[in-house]
Design a protein around this ligand. Structure first.
Ligand code: R1P
Ligand code: URA
Length: 219
């Protein structure tokens, strides 16, 4: 999806639109000057909760030593209550809600946004929580391979009447670079590991505390 550093869109139908409305962001190509609003974005960090992504934006504002009071930072998507978006220098911080359908809708509109804004060489990172198996609670895991509920490095989506399989390949060099950065922080362990993405928090993750449970502790 990246061509010469620009975000390439794999949908020929978009070229036929007189206006592309990024509905869940309350942004659009006719109503907003997307290149001037977002053209300098280099990092997009996403996570589930709107408040957390606001706090993250404030943290980055301070880390980058930007002018002004970070507390005045505005939600670019304030016209909708679906997602929140904050821009601090070259960093966009966006909430994606919970679960695959919610993050998927956000990613469609984010990728189109980066394309329309003519952003170049953008790094996208999800920062969020997960359960962990065989590691200390509180460990930061930098994902090298994202697997589905069958441990396959792929994502299956039913589109019309077909199952379309897409790979979930991640940038290995970025994972190594992030691990290298983590060596400066000794307050919590950081490792590289695999992350499983399931369709459900409860039974989908093998939890015993949902409203339904179709299995026992001993399989
Ligand atoms: O920590 P965040 O980013 O909210 O995300 C995780 O938390 C949610 C479930 O509790 C899921 O959406 C999962 O992806
Ligand atoms: O998806 C998630 C998020 C937090 N904790 C979990 O166990 N799963």
């Amino acid at each position: 999806m990246v061509d010469n550093g620009f975000v390439h869109i794999k949908n020929p139908h978009l070229d036929m639109l007189s206006e592309d409305i990024l509905y869940h962001f309350d942004l659009g190509t006719k109503t907003h000057d997307l290149p001037s609003m977002f053209g300098d974005v280099k990092f997009v960090c996403v996570g589930g909760s709107p408040n957390r992504m606001r706090s993250f934006a404030l943290f980055i504002h301070n880390e980058l030593g930007l002018d002004g009071d970070g507390n005045n930072i505005v939600d670019i998507c304030a016209g909708t209550d679906r997602y929140s978006m904050y821009k601090v220098g070259p960093v966009l911080s966006i909430s994606h809600g919970m679960g695959i359908p919610s993050i998927s809708i956000m990613l469609h509109e984010l990728i189109k946004l980066l394309h329309h804004a003519k952003c170049r060489d953008v790094t996208l990172i999800r920062i969020g929580t997960s359960g962990g198996i065989g590691i200390e609670p509180g460990t930061v895991v930098i994902t090298d391979i994202a697997v589905d509920a069958f441990f396959r490095p792929q994502f299956e989506q039913t589109i019309l009447d077909k199952v379309v399989v897409r790979n979930t390949q991640l940038h290995q060099e970025l994972a190594k670079d992030l691990l290298e950065c983590s060596r400066e922080i000794s307050s919590f362990p950081t490792i590289i590991g695999h992350t499983m993405c399931t369709y459900d928090f409860y039974e989908g993750q093998g939890r015993l505390d949902g409203a339904l449970c179709s299995f026992s502790k001993m399989l």
